[in-house]
Write a protein that binds this ligand. Sequence first.
Ligand SMILES: C[S@@+](CC[C@H](N)C(=O)[O-])C[C@H]1O[C@@H](n2cnc3c(N)ncnc32)[C@H](O)[C@@H]1O
Length: 230
Amino acid sequence: MNTERLFDDIAPTYDRLNRILSFGRDQAWRRAVAARVARRRPRRLLDLATGTGDQLLACVQAGIDAEGAVGVDVSGAMLEIARKKSAWFALNTTVRWEKGEAAALPFEAGSFDAVTMSFGIRNMPDIGRVLGETHRVLGPGGLAAILELSVPARPVLRRLHGFYCRFIMPAVGGIVSGNLTAYRYLNESVLQFPDPATFCEQMRSAGFADVAAHTLTFGSATMFTGGKGK
Ligand SMILES: C[S@@+](CC[C@H](N)C(=O)[O-])C[C@H]1O[C@@H](n2cnc3c(N)ncnc32)[C@H](O)[C@@H]1O
């Protein structure tokens, strides 16, 4: 699967489908990440797999008054929408949108105080390497907050969620975006993503300390946080 081409293709309808398919919860989940990051008052902020920029903009709107914020993504079409969207807001932070690969970041070690990544990690072929890069670019005492769709733990919800991911989401995503293959793949990858305990272990293996998983909306999304020791 060529991720860059896939996201270039679905970029025009991406935001609309997020709101529809998550019943509007996606922005609340991003705000939860932003609130968690804001407590640390980061001066330098990086948003990986930034897409159309909603997570970075949620951080800036949460009052994170960073010296600089950078959004990185492999998809030029997604970044183009992020650029246009950020021009609508009077931002109190300098925001840059850069094309780049999360597994090989073009930043020096310790360049950021906080790194966010929302709904991006599950489609990355080498999760360990991306987590390693995330840890590398954080400075001492830095925080990573990673948001991902997940599978509810309760059996009844789990079954309903599986049906929704396998049948409803690809159908609606396919109709609205015109790309059924993309939405089949994106929704199947939710079911394939490691469970929270396994992902927390992967974060620890990448060097993160104080790793925690925060359940959102009955477990249909999870925010993972981890720190870099001082
Ligand atoms: C589901 S979107 C999430 C966008 C955004 N973070 C949000 O909250 O809506 C996933 C994004 O990850 C990007 N992406 C996928 N693989 C990537 C990689 N290896 N490096 C950087 N970005 C990547 C895609 O281009 C896409 O924009």
